[in-house]
Design a protein around this ligand. Sequence first.
Ligand SMILES: Cc1ncc(COP(=O)(O)O)c(C=O)c1O
Length: 401
Amino acid sequence: MSKAISGFNGLAVPGPTNMPFALHRAMDVALEDHRAPDFPEFTLPLLADLKRIFRLSAGQVFVFPSSGTGGWESAIANTLSPGDRVLASVFGQFSHLWVDLCRRFGLEVDAIDVPWGEGVPLDLYEQKLRADKAHRIKAVLACHNETATGVTSDIAGVRKVLDATGHPAQLMVDGVSSIGCIEFRMDAWGVDLAVCGSQKGFMLPTGLAIVGVSEKALAARKTAKLPRCFFDFDDMIRANRDGYFPYTPATTLLRGLRASIDMLEAEGLEEIFARHHRLAGGVRRAVEAWGLALCARHPRWYSDTVSAVVVPDGFDANAVIKTAYYAYNLSLGAGLSKVAGKVFRIGHLGYLNEIMVLAALAGAEMAMLDCGIAIEAGAGVGAAVEHYSRTAKRPVSTKAA
Ligand SMILES: Cc1ncc(COP(=O)(O)O)c(C=O)c1O
């Protein structure tokens, strides 16, 4: 098969996401001296403004040249010691990988296995925390939005459980596919470490790990003994204080990040959350109209940034993904690990509108039909169109031109 070459590639994976032209332009600049005397005039406001996106008042946001995985590593390496106990839950490839990283660092992880399609089990977290009278658990991990299954968990609920049990563990949250897209509140939810990357809600290329750190987590670094060098918060704090970095920062991406924050704030976070919810609603209507199921097992788990669609028994989701790519120049997300071949994922996050989602749905429909899946042509697209027209905020002019 050869790939269709005409027209744009439909990027409907759950990250990297579509990059707005304003961000392309912001990064189309000459490389610059990261030790220039006026560099802090750019970086100090940038680092301060990032805190608003994380809804963090005290504490700090660090930006590393890295990806979300590096953000995970920075969170644990700066705040924990070898042998520390960590409570976590695994219900998809990303919650699994964070646990794996913790184990490789010598942490003792109590990882609760949850069926893929569900999220953080608050009742089990509560039981484990209540039973931990000696407070041996030093950190509670939660993947806010499991990108592999399209499941969003209740982080405010995790905070409630920590408070109800009077447990002092740090709350560490993977916000890689949620921050900047759906509601995320570091202060209000008492999140101590929030990990994000540049290639999803921030609409940038991959290359930055963006990590929000509470005052409590900043204090934890003073006694934490895990080895760290590249991700050492101390080095970052010392250099950031004057607007510099401990090593060469990704200056071009930082220019993009400036433009990204400006775009997010111009639209408004609440508006962004509402837009993601509405766009996701159209995808969910489409899946229902196709007669298919989401991997997320209950509406309370439905993610507003990614939907994992289960193909009927006897069909291969990878064939749908390949067909979409080669025949229609559409990139759908692959099923990972346990759900490989069983689901394809539609990313609906970042710089996106109804038309872009409808194009992805149309491409998915065509690919499924080509693969012999018995759906009705136009059913999903029609259901999404109906949803978008019914929920449209903009008044539609009925006057003839
Ligand atoms: C929820 C989640 N966490 C962590 C990661 C890992 O981030 P990265 O691939 O940027 O290292 C991803 C990547 O897609 C993710 O979706």
